[in-house]
Design a protein around this ligand. Structure first.
Ligand SMILES: C[S@@+](CC[C@H](N)C(=O)[O-])C[C@H]1O[C@@H](n2cnc3c(N)ncnc32)[C@H](O)[C@@H]1O
Length: 208
């Protein structure tokens, strides 16, 4: 793999930019399948950014919640959010990636919120999905919300602008949006639910 992405530099403006372009739609899209999470489930959030998902997630009362983030700045913002928003519940904030998970890290639910989109097909297929599937308990769920390829020209243009913006500012490796749905269909998981979001350019999906 090339150098990993580093979102530290964009952290201060990340949420403002996202809301400028999409309003609260990207945040709302990530909450669609949260009701699938059972009480006391062990949950991993990979690449949760500034932690917009933490409030709705803690409402589900997970037994264990690991927030694993590759950017220290994002991680710091996410942990501050607990105090700022008076959120209650136990969260472990860990700096790292899926490659830092150990064999004892086993989860009922793994959440991937707009994180696959920064990688190439080969990284997702050969590096990320194997590590994540090893950490998913039998019968467990993967909740993925991410951009999908689209035929509408303005959406394709917007996606390319975003990819190039994050290539320049966060060193993301991809040049083209990965077809993550197709890569997931090659795994042992099957899709249990799918909802188009954000004018059809995002899909919120539940795989198990
Ligand atoms: C496009 S941002 C999305 C942030 C947040 N989920 C959101 O929707 O606002 C991708 C995030 O994933 C993090 N990230 C990238 N690769 C990662 C990895 N392999 N493991 C953990 N976090 C990762 C980045 O630091 C960044 O915060």
């Amino acid at each position: 793999m090339m150098n990993p992405p580093h979102f530290d530099a964009v952290t201060p403006v990340y949420d403002a930019l996202s809301r400028l372009v999409f309003g609260r739609r990207l945040e709302q899209a990530q909450t669609i399948w949260l009701p699938q999470i059972q009480d006391s489930a062990s949950v991993l959030v990979l690449g949760g950014g500034t932690g917009a998902l933490l409030g709705p997630l803690l409402d589900r009362q997970p037994g264990r919640l690991l927030f694993l983030e590759a950017s220290r700045q994002m991680l710091a913002r996410a942990s501050l959010r607990l105090i700022r928003e008076h959120l209650t519940g136990q969260v472990t904030f860990q700096h790292g990636t899926e490659q830092d998970l150990t064999p004892t890290d086993q989860f009922d639910v793994i959440i991937l919120p707009f994180v696959l989109d920064v990688f190439t097909e080969s990284t997702v297929r050969e590096r990320m999905l194997p590590a994540l599937l090893s950490a998913l308990r039998p019968g467990g769920s993967l909740l993925i919300t991410d951009f999908v390829r689209t035929d509408r020209r303005w959406q394709r243009t917007l996606l390319q602008v975003m990819i190039w913006f994050f290539r320049l500012t966060a060193n993301i490796e991809t040049r083209r949006l990965v077809n993550w749905q197709s890569l997931l269909s090659e795994t042992r998981l099957s899709r249990a639910g799918q909802r188009p979001q954000v004018w059809g350019m995002v899909s919120a999906e539940w795989w198990r």
